[in-house]
Design a protein around this ligand. Sequence first.
Ligand code: GTP
Ligand code: MG
Length: 267
Amino acid sequence: MAKCLIAGLPAAGKSTYIGALAYILLNPVINQVLMLDENPDDLSYLNKLIDPWLNLEKIERTTRGFANNIDLKLVRPSDNKSFSISLPDIAGEDYESIVNMNSDVIASWSDKPDALLLFINEWDNDVLKEQLGGDKQPADKNAEPPAFELKDISSTVQNVLLLKELHLLFPWKRLAIGLSSWDRYQDYYRTPIDMLKSRAPFLYNFVTHYFPNTYIFGVSAQGDEYNKENKNSLIEKTEKGTRAFIVDYEGKQSYDLTLPLNFLISD
Ligand SMILES: Nc1nc2c(ncn2[C@@H]2O[C@H](COP(=O)(O)OP(=O)(O)OP(=O)(O)O)[C@@H](O)[C@H]2O)c(=O)[nH]1
Ligand SMILES: [Mg+2]
């Protein structure tokens, strides 16, 4: 069985992607590369993610300390190859504690993944905030300096540390990085690589140096922001199979959310 670990800091967009992916597996879009071979034995956890996605509601934050295992049997009709794939949905706080080097859930995970799918949804505006002390600068210059907290490190550095720690724990063969909420950035960046270079050059250099074959993509699992104005258009797009989309390294858009998985399970 191919094991793909879906990773990302809190609110990285992991559960929303799994919900949108589960929906298109049950209701395929045109030319979808991977299809369900068999219906999953237990749909209860997937339905917990699909229901809010269909109702245009934010998905609840994943509970810390559990790996909600999702096992799927998939087939690629183009060559009739079958895959069993396991995609655990784990809370971002558990990944955050990996950066802190004390995550029991993930370190004790005996199912070693072959592939990693990392989501990123937070971009630093002030890259130097840790050096400058951020907004916690004491008013009195004789006061004790603020205590160091992990959340004061820029999210770019946290993602680099997370990748390093995860690679030590699980030396995966393939890596894909999804830039979440692409609907927010599509007017500003032509490709996800342009965005990574511009918003997180350190992370971009780290990834291209150590993992040059990474599949970098933009993903809008919701299709857009959820608000009153978008409601009818999102419902219409859901019905037509044109709501959630990904954008590849060349900026090409597709409604097939299985494309990153297809990359991760290919030899
Ligand atoms: N605009 C927009 N927002 C999104 C999209 N996907 C996720 N979000 C928002 O990002 C936030 C976090 O999404 P989740 O899917 O819950 O993130 P997660 O990685 O599962 O978070 P944890 O369970 O806490 O680890 C939510 O507020 C979503 O509404 C998207 O495609 N577009
Ligand atoms: Mg979640």
